[in-house]
Design a binder for this molecule. Structure first.
Ligand code: ZN
Length: 290
């Protein structure tokens, strides 16, 4: 099954649900970063939230989620946009922590800290809002974020199932948001359904699709708004790294040239390397001087 998300509304547009299947992009993240299972689950869950939140933006707007926390994962960062493109990385990819039950202990891997969500709305400045992590298990943390920072009562369910051979076999999730005007009756019904919903990974293992997830929460009478493919995609380029190097300034670039004769940079998101040799560094120094 290819990765995609589905947006829907229900109950006279007073409830919004976006659900996604993200196994492919989570598995790509795992191979790109050599993630161990708990790191793969943590990043996969945030990539899933990131993909869904990205789809809620408009046009060329972009979203960056940064989790700054004290666990062995050493934080993580993801970016997404309205085209279904997501990417991300963790501070430490080699984290494997389990509960006694054998389930991956994402909460301990992430630790305590904060979620920072930066929206680049392409109008002057960017906007960042933050909220404290609740459990580090990601779903509850983002539900709290939406409710506390964006004042939108929300429920978030995300799950990543990593097989014993360390590959990501299932991944996906949903965000449900209650809009103004939602009746108490609807709210109670949605709360009951979410409280009794099996874990997302169990549903995905049973073959439940994003449409199926929406039906579990909103019932069969939802209105489908949009379906969008999702991808792990990095838009890094040599030009972007050149701009970054130029911003170091003449002095630092000259030092790099004299000490090493070349600079090799690697993209945090996709691992692609860019090498700047002696000639290229001279050009960059000239550009920095200009
Ligand atoms: Zn890249």
């Amino acid at each position: 099954m290819k990765d995609y998300l589905v947006k829907a509304t229900a109950f006279n547009k007073t409830v919004r649900v976006v659900a996604a299947t993200t196994q492919g992009l989570c598995e790509t993240a795992r191979t790109v970063h050599d993630l161990w299972p708990t790191a793969a689950a943590a990043l996969g869950r945030v990539l899933t939230v990131s993909a869904i939140m990205g789809s809620m933006l408009k046009d060329a707007q972009t979203l960056t989620i940064r989790i700054e926390a004290d666990g062995p994962l050493k934080g993580l960062l993801t970016t997404s946009n309205t085209r279904g493109e997501v990417r991300g990385y963790v501070g430490n990819p080699h984290v494997m922590l389990q509960y006694d039950s054998g389930k991956l202990n994402v909460g301990q891997a992430v630790g305590s800290g904060f979620i920072h969500v930066t929206k680049d709305l392409k109008v002057r400045d960017t906007f960042t809002s933050s909220s404290p992590l609740q459990t580090g298990e990601i779903g509850e943390d983002f539900a709290y974020y939406f409710t506390a920072s964006e004042q939108i009562p929300s429920a978030v369910g995300v799950g990543v199932f990593v097989e014993t051979d360390n590959t990501v076999q299932h991944a996906g999730g949903f965000i449900v948001q209650v809009m103004p005007g939602c009746s108490e009756e609807t709210l109670t019904l949605i709360e009951e359904r979410i409280a009794t919903l099996p874990p997302v990974t169990d549903l995905l293992k049973e073959g439940v699709t994003p449409e199926g997830l929406i039906a579990h929460i909103a019932g069969e009478s939802y209105t489908l708004l949009e379906t969008m493919p999702l991808h792990y995609h990095c838009d890094c380029s040599r030009e972007k790294f050149e701009r970054g190097l130029i911003s170091l300034g003449v002095e630092e670039l000259t030092q790099l040239l004299e000490e090493d004769g070349h600079v090799e940079t690697a993209c945090h998101f996709c691992g692609k390397t860019y090498t700047f040799d002696d000639d290229a560094l001279h050009d960059l120094i000239a550009a920095a001087r200009a």
